[in-house]
Design a protein around this ligand. Structure first.
Ligand SMILES: [Zn+2]
Length: 884
């Protein structure tokens, strides 16, 4: 599954919802309590009589005792808000079952039986979007992690694998297309209804089940695998959306080819279907042979999608496709092992995107997302290891830690082993565990055996939470450079004491005169402190460390500003160059916010940053995509992470001030850059994408230094735009400024794209994330806009997630922003608990914030905690956020 991605610049019915609302203090589920399920379910047959308001589900499960588990005469079938209308054992109706909470429990003598159960559900009132639900007149499913139990009674856990055969029938006019996992084996019609039968030959857990029925059209194509298997490919969408599916199809074919070449993985069915759905909690879902996607990650054309959207579509299509091996063929034993499939698959999609585009730029984007979403998680009340030890609601653990830090942990193994040896490790893993429900431990052992690494101590990365900090000091004695390293892993909830972890650090020592080094080295810091000596340096070299972001740590380095300027201009590792530039800005901003700089020091510091950036603007050896990265300012979140206690208002003000200073000092070269970029005609190649990135970057600096000029330029760019990247960039800048152009262009944008949900989402998000001083009022008004609804997660995120990430609005000194998010959580919780719970973490960061605002944030959490009825999702997040 893919969590709805953060854009890299700044994812039952009402009665059933009631059933899902549990009393406070739901039970904690612990990893150490895992036991294999006493029964196996070799075969599952399902029959669906489809209807939007009423769908009847008949299931027949073949069950047999599991010799590998403790014998038990009872079998527990999970349910969630279901009422069985009929239960049969071996063909005989029975009432000899009990309901334990929502679960159905049967006592079965003997070794093997057939259980048949009928239920009836109402997809149209399923607002939680888990299980079988209606979206725009079509029916679709989302089962990961515990949605299948909202469809029928089943051992709904990932270690129970079964072969599914499904028959579905429905009205021909309402559901002309009937799709399921695997291959279609039969179809027919009967008057106004028709039916289809599907069989998936690969045993799978229930969370990978999927069904789609509706009025859809397909872009079709085919792919020939490395062993000559012909695979039919379809991307299914609503009628008018077909022209916007080409990029998705091309991305799918590239993913299939890449996985063969990079990991030796071949597709294993004759058919691969992707369906785009507009109401979806997450980014996309890897159901076997039938991926269900948020429309956001399928539909793209230059008129309606930005360059970032194009990249995201490619990344998410790749991600879900790669799950076919890392997730489906080898699945997770239990949900504590989620990072087994997600961490590994995120790494795979990152490597794929690196190969399809610019490797360094992709690396910088991935690190930026990690710092934006994962570092704050690791330093806050919701910190957890990539393999958690306990949870109350597993939906809350689809986190940047499990996904993105999980990917970094596996990337470190790859760095230490080298690419070739790492591939031997993954080959062994796929070979050894194919068809199994495996654990993170199985993965680590395969890499150890296959790649020949000793990962004994490295396993701490799976069990310890918190971002390690490495203090770095380089001294010079005689001909020797001496490097002193020290690591600390901060305490996190439930883990007060940490052990030192192996931290692979790529480094290089530069001769300042020649701007060269004698080769990159890899040092693994696996003790609390270490010292390394390097011979043959007549002068003190300049240290470049954690190159390529070889470890997900923070580096605390004692380094002169001149050396950072040198690295920003001369480092041959693009990431290290970016990092030096970020470091320069972060140091300046942190000192300024802390009040440590006089007016004059502030101006001088800003001027020297502008100078370093000027060198980057003028450097002919970097491409524009990379130039755009080097020019970008550190995010408010990242700056906050560098401080003990942050004042969001001050950080914002200092950041804007620096932007203005750089903008005015470099106004001429920036303007020249803009004029050059304007000459590049539209295409999707790297040069043109780079040019577009620069244009918006220049506008952003201009908006801070010369708002009038910026408004004029932006309005011009908006009018001339022949693509969404330019148009959105211009509008983004305009929404932050006062004046008539703001009103005009916002109105034009809305009228131009009215009815196109994904673009109208942008219209909401741009206003909610704007730098305009009245953003709080704007967001309040937008919440009353006729196009706003709490029923569509994309729309909710576009308004409120954008707002929660906007320091000006969310952290308004009055506390109004916190109150708005508090209100939202309470109102959304009964409708869509999963999405509501995702808004708790921004409030949960109160400990990092100055006391006055912290109290206001806490107040909202306490108000939510007191609510009479609260979902398990929201309850868990709120109580953890308040815990001491
Ligand atoms: Zn995934």
């Amino acid at each position: 599954m893919d969590i709805a991605r953060t854009p890299s610049s700044p994812d039952g019915n009402i009665e059933m919802a009631d059933a899902a609302v549990e009393p406070h203090d739901p039970p904690e589920i612990r990893r150490e309590d895992y036991r294999p399920f006493p029964w196996m379910v070799p075969e599952t047959r399902l029959e669906f009589d489809l209807g939007l308001e009423s769908t009847r589900v008949r299931s027949r499960l073949t069950v047999a005792r599991n010799a590998k588990a403790d014998a038990s005469p009872t079998i527990r079938l999970n349910g969630d808000g279901l009422i069985p209308t009929s239960v049969k054992i071996d063909g005989e109706p029975t009432r000899a079952y009990t309901m334990d909470g929502d679960d159905l429990v049967l006592t079965l003598p003997g070794e093997a039986h057939e259980i048949a159960i009928e239920t009836e559900i109402d997809p149209s009132s399923n607002t939680q979007l888990m299980g079988l639900y209606a979206s725009n007149g079509m029916l679709c499913t989302q089962c990961e992690s515990e949605g299948f139990r909202r469809i029928t009674f089943f051992p709904d856990r990932p270690d129970v694998l079964s072969t599914f055969t499904v028959r579905m029938s429905g009205a021909k006019d309402q559901f002309p297309i009937l799709l399921c996992n695997g291959n279609r084996t039969d179809e027919g019609e009967d008057g106004d209804t028709h039916w289809a039968e599907w069989h998936d030959p690969w045993p799978k857990p229930s969370y990978l089940f999927a069904l789609v029925a509706g009025d859809l059209v397909a872009r079709s194509d085919s792919f020939t695998t490395m062993n000559g298997r012909e695979v039919e490919l379809n991307v299914w969408v609503r009628d008018g959306d077909l022209p916007r599916t080409e990029h998705a199809m091309e991305s799918l074919k590239r993913s299939m080819k890449w996985d063969e070449e990079a990991f030796g993985r071949e597709y294993d069915l004759d058919l691969f279907n992707i369906v785009a759905v507009s109401d979806f909690n997450m980014g996309a879902m890897e159901n076997k042979g039938l991926n269900v996607f948020n429309t956001k990650y399928v539909l793209a054309d230059p008129e309606t999608a930005t360059d970032g959207d194009f990249d995201a579509v490619e990344g998410v299509i790749g991600h879900e496709y790669f799950h076919n091996w890392s997730g489906n063929r080898i699945t997770c034993r239990d949900w504590f092992q989620l990072s087994l499939k997600e961490g590994f698959t995120v790494l795979r999609d990152q490597l794929f995107s690196q190969d399809m585009g610019s490797e360094p730029v992709k690396r910088i984007e991935d690190v930026r997302i990690l710092r934006l979403a994962q570092f704050p998680e690791d330093s806050g009340p919701l910190a957890h290891p990539i393999r958690p030890d306990s949870y109350r609601e597993i939906s809350n653990f689809y986190t940047a830690t499990v996904y993105n830090k999980g990917a970094e942990v596996i990337r470190m193994m790859r760095t230490m082993a080298g690419e070739e040896a790492f591939r031997k490790g993954t080959d062994l893993y796929f070979d050894r565990h194919d068809g199994e429900a495996a654990t993170c431990e199985d993965f680590v052992r395969s890499i150890e055996d296959g790649a020949g690494l000793d990962l004994k101590q490295f396993r701490l990365w799976y069990s310890q939470a918190g971002t390690p900090k490495v203090s770095v000091e380089l001294t010079h004695e005689g001909e020797e450079a001496v490097l002193k390293l020290r690591q600390t892993v901060p305490p996190t909830p439930g883990q007060p004491d940490k052990k030192p972890m192996p931290i692979p650090l790529k480094l290089a020592l530069f001769d300042q005169q020649t701007a060269s080094h004698s080769g990159e080295q890899l040092i693994v810091l696996d003790t609390e402190s270490a010292e390394h000596r390097f011979d043959g340096f007549a002068n003190k070299p300049v240290l470049s460390i954690n190159r390529g972001f070889s470890a997900p740590v923070t580096i605390d380095r004692a380094i002169d500003r001149e050396d950072l300027v040198f690295l920003a201009a001369s480092d041959d590792d693009p990431f290290a160059r970016y990092e030096a530039m970020q470091d320069l800005m972060v140091r300046h901003l942190v000192a300024a916010v802390a009040g440590k700089l006089s007016e004059e020091e502030r101006n001088r510091g800003g001027a020297s940053i502008a100078e370093a950036m000027g060198a980057i603007l003028a450097d002919p050896d970097i491409d524009d995509l990379m130039r755009g990265e080097l020019m970008s300012m550190p995010s408010q979140t990242y700056i906050t992470e560098q401080m003990e206690l942050a004042d969001p208002g001050l950080i914002h003000a200092e950041r804007e001030r620096l932007k203005a200073l750089v903008g005015s000092q470099l106004s001429e070269p920036l303007h020249r850059l803009y004029e050059r970029a304007e000459q590049v005609p539209f295409s999707l190649d790297a040069e043109a994408k780079g040019a577009r990135k620069l244009k918006t970057m220049v506008l952003a600096y201009a908006a801070a230094s010369d708002p009038e000029k910026a408004a004029e330029l932006a309005a011009h760019q908006y009018d001339r735009a022949d693509n969404m990247t330019d148009r959105q960039g211009a509008l983004m800048v305009l929404t932050g400024l006062e004046g008539v152009e703001r009103t005009n262009k916002l109105l034009d944008f809305y009228n131009r794209y009215e009815g196109n949900a994904l673009v109208i989402d942008k219209w909401f998000a741009l206003q909610a994330s704007s730098l305009h001083p009245k953003v709080v009022e704007h967001v309040k008004a937008l919440a009353d806009h006729p196009d706003f609804t709490l029923r569509n997660p994309n729309r909710v995120r576009s308004l409120y997630m954008a707002f929660a990430g906007n320091p000006q609005g969310f952290h308004a000194a009055s506390g109004e922003g916190y109150r708005m998010i508090g209100d939202l959580i309470l109102e959304l919780d009964p409708i869509n608990a999963q999405t509501a719970a995702r808004f708790v973490p921004p409030l949960g960061r109160w400990r990092k914030v100055e006391p006055q605002r912290a109290a206001l944030m806490r107040e909202q959490l306490e108000r939510i905690a007191k609510a009479e009825k609260l979902s398990r999702d929201t309850y868990e997040q709120v109580s953890r956020s308040l815990a001491d």
